[in-house]
Design a protein around this ligand. Structure first.
Ligand code: TRP
Length: 432
């Protein structure tokens, strides 16, 4: 679950969204959204998935037979596949930058990003390579593919990002970046910013689209839901902050605006690595390789979770062969991903309410569809499932005293606070 949570959302999305909405103040709201809205949803999805023991459709059919609740399954098949389509494009960018680490020049680092993403061939090839890697891992199955890959890469990830943070905060001029992350300026925080913080919390914790639910269906009965949720949320937040401290000081040291948008990480870091090498090509290359390998690993462990939701559905409900399921979903992702990639170039004039195809899909998912899914999951667990069943699942049949003790608080969050919070933020975003 941590592998699913920690990904491009932390390294690529978090720094630039935090940068757009004012840094530290945004982070505080984000932290609150994680603790009081996202975490309860995480619990709700875990309870449904483990008790139902299947994908969203199957779990809902088992827990609420004869009702219409299983229709949420539709949302949880479509949305992850759409997210994966644009996620894979950004995953492709990290493949490109990983390869570009070899013999990359310092001088054109900042200017490279724009022309690259707006070109046609290279980003599409990179997207194809990325989605092919995802397919190979998911084809190998849950235990031998997903779990094994994640268990090996996650610890490496933490070590790598720590090393980069140490480099980044010791750069001359980096102090401003650290300040930006810890000194809140609440005047910069708008209703938009609050909605974006919630969207980021959903995105980063992989919520509202059945990813957590599907992974939870593979959990053992003795596993602790409270520990899994808190552990995932804490490591995810920690990783986002580490990524922030790796990227922001470098942004300021390089003299780039923190509001630079989606290109932030890709523009800043190659520049910094070139400078840090101090003319030693092997050093710049090495640093860049390490960083983009980190990005790529993190992206892969998340992307496989996005694909697995749909695969689980097709295999369990439609009795499809795992291979057929993977191939058909990947084909869809590949085609939509190409459109997303082209929306930075030849298709940039195709806009929906002023946003490009890429931005439209990202905003539709993160700001609307994920919160909607989260809302439905909390309503189901809070109001439809018998409380005794929820407690039974949350405390492993009453064998976890701590879980039993804090259950009333968790129940309150799931029943009232999380749904109310989501609705309030969605409404304020509409009226803004
Ligand atoms: N959380 C992942 C990240 O931060 C992305 C992700 C994986 C995701 N599964 C998801 C996002 C489900 C939304 C929904 O990169």
């Amino acid at each position: 679950m941590a592998g699913s949570a920690i990904g491009l959302g932390n390294i690529w999305r978090f720094p630039y969204v935090a940068g757009e909405y004012g840094g530290a103040a945004f982070i505080i709201v984000y932290l609150l959204a994680c603790a009081f809205i996202a975490l309860p949803i995480f619990f709700a999805e875990t309870v449904i998935g483990r008790r139902g023991g299947a994908d969203t459709f199957g779990s809902m059919k088992k827990l609420a037979p004869g009702s219409g609740w299983h229709r949420i399954g539709l949302l949880t098949i479509l949305v992850p596949i759409i997210i994966l389509s644009y996620y894979s494009v950004v995953g492709g960018w990290s493949v490109h930058y990983l390869i570009r680490s070899f013999g990359s020049g310092a001088d054109d680092a900042v200017g490279h990003f724009g022309p690259f993403i707006s070109s046609v061939k290279l980003p599409i090839i990179a997207h194809t390579v990325f989605i092919a890697l995802v397919a190979i891992i998911v084809l190998a199955g849950v235990k031998k593919g997903i779990e094994k890959f994640t268990k090996i890469t996650m610890p490496i990830l933490f070590v790598l990002i720590l090393a980069i943070v140490v480099f980044s905060v010791t750069l001359p001029g980096s102090g401003k970046g650290v300040e930006y992350l810890v000194n809140p300026d609440f005047s910069k925080l708008s209703a938009d910013g609050i909605a974006a913080a919630l969207g980021q919390a959903f995105f980063s914790l992989s919520l509202g689209v059945g990813t957590v639910l599907t992974y939870a269906s593979y959990m053992r009965k003795q596993d602790d839901i409270l520990f899994s949720g808190v552990g995932t949320a804490v490591s995810d937040f920690l990783f986002a902050m580490l990524a922030g401290f790796a990227v922001m000081p470098a942004v300021f040291a390089a003299g780039i605006s923190p509001e630079a948008g989606p290109g932030l990480v890709f523009e800043t870091l190659p520049y910094i690595f070139a400078k840090m090498g101090g003319g030693l090509v092997w050093l710049s290359t090495g640093l860049s390789l390490v960083f983009f390998a980190t990005v790529l690993f993190a992206a892969l462990t998340s992307a496989i979770s996005l694909l697995e939701v749909g695969v689980a559905y097709l295999v369990e409900e439609k009795k499809m062969h795992r291979r057929t399921a993977v191939f058909s979903l990947v084909l869809f992702v590949w085609v939509v991903g190409i459109l997303c990639s082209l929306s930075f170039g030849p298709l940039s004039n195709v806009t929906i309410f002023g946003d490009s195809i890429f931005d439209t899909l990202d905003k539709a998912c993160a700001n609307w569809l994920m919160p909607l899914g989260g809302l439905l999951f909390t309503l189901f667990v809070g109001w439809r499932m018998p409380s005794a069943d929820v407690l039974d699942e949350f405390s492993n049949g009453g064998t976890k005293p701590l879980n039993r003790k804090i259950y009333p608080a968790v129940r309150f969050l799931i029943r009232y606070l999380a749904p109310a919070g989501i609705v309030a933020i969605i409404l304020s975003a509409i009226f803004n």
